[in-house]
Design a protein around this ligand. Structure first.
Ligand code: SF4
Length: 161
């Protein structure tokens, strides 16, 4: 169950709402997932491998997806029409009638301050450590970006002082 079933839960918490005794299987699943990740089970590593791009984006920018990730070979299960969506991507983004930061690399603009706050949360809650155990290569890539942004932030902060 730790290797398979816990990852099939969508964390909708319908079970919690419906249970006459207010039991919370979805909450238990969340705890079991954390145990699986913290202990870097082999099955968990395999399972999370396809989400490398998403993890990279989330952990460095706070965005789960960006327009430039909508590519057929990134997510083959999204079907053959995905390639059409990539045509004129920048023009399509600019045509969106509200501000999306005019970027294809993030879904919305993330300030350096927000990114630094996020990195602090990842650090303080042990998320970076978990990632290092699960996927050392991805961890190194992410830490390069994090450290570069932290240095940039420090330089800006020193200039202001
Ligand atoms: S176990 Fe609960 S939270 Fe998970 S998918 Fe089923 S109903 Fe939803």
């Amino acid at each position: 169950m730790m290797h398979e079933y816990i990852w099939a839960c969508s964390q909708c918490f319908t079970c919690w709402i419906r249970c006459p005794f207010v039991n919370n299987p979805g909450g238990l699943v969340a705890i079991m997932r954390e145990v699986a990740v913290r202990n870097a089970f082999e099955a968990t590593k395999d399972l999370l491998k396809p989400y490398g791009r998403v993890l990279l984006k989330v952990m460095t920018t706070g965005n789960q997806l960006s327009a430039d990730m909508l590519q057929p070979d990134f997510f083959p299960d999204w079907g053959p029409k995905m390639a059409d969506n990539m045509e004129n991507l920048r023009a399509k983004r600019l045509a969106i009638p509200f501000d999306v930061g005019k970027s294809v690399k993030t879904a919305w603009e993330v300030s350096l301050e927000t990114a630094i706050e996020m990195y602090t949360i990842w650090r303080e809650t042990g998320i970076f450590e978990m990632l290092e155990k699960l996927d050392p290569n991805l961890y190194n890539v992410i830490m390069d970006i994090v450290e570069e942004n932290e240095e940039r932030y420090e330089e800006l902060y020193e200039e202001e002082e």
